[in-house]
Design a protein around this ligand. Structure first.
Ligand SMILES: [Zn+2]
Ligand SMILES: [Zn+2]
Length: 133
């Protein structure tokens, strides 16, 4: 009684091929994400662009890279589409964006213009600075 049939071996092979493809895709996505994060951390200071919180090697994992135009596939090497944001501000930024688009406004262009000059959390920088010192 041999349970090992050629057919079984074949399907097992297919399965691992699939796994390989999936993990390869996952890996390349991961590497891409890691790639732009590292680049952005090289290009920009380790400071949250919204609240001004400063980061060190110890808490650098709390500093994330945000895509200004919310397009994760747009990664110009000059870093113009990246912004270093702390987890909180990053979250904030995305819920703000969702609020806007769900609010029924089709004026995405206007929103972009606004966010380029309008910095709602600029004052927080000073608040956190004094707390630090
Ligand atoms: Zn922040
Ligand atoms: Zn983001």
């Amino acid at each position: 009684m041999t349970k090992k049939s050629p057919g079984l071996d074949k399907s097992g092979e297919n399965q691992s091929n699939m796994d390989r493809i999936v993990s390869a895709a996952r890996k390349s996505w991961h590497e891409r994400e890691k790639g732009y994060r590292e680049q952005s951390l090289k290009l920009h200071p380790w400071i949250c662009a919204r609240c001004g919180r400063e980061f060190t090697r110890e808490n650098l994992h709390l500093l994330t890279v945000h895509h200004r135009d919310h397009n994760h596939d747009y990664n110009p090497s000059d870093g113009s589409n990246w912004e270093n944001l702390c987890l909180y501000c990053h979250d904030n930024e995305h819920s703000r964006y969702l609020d806007h688009s769900e609010g029924g406004g089709a004026e995405v262009g206007d929103e972009k213009k606004e966010s380029a000059t309008f910095k709602p959390f600029a004052g927080l920088k000073d608040l956190l600075k004094t707390k630090d010192e």
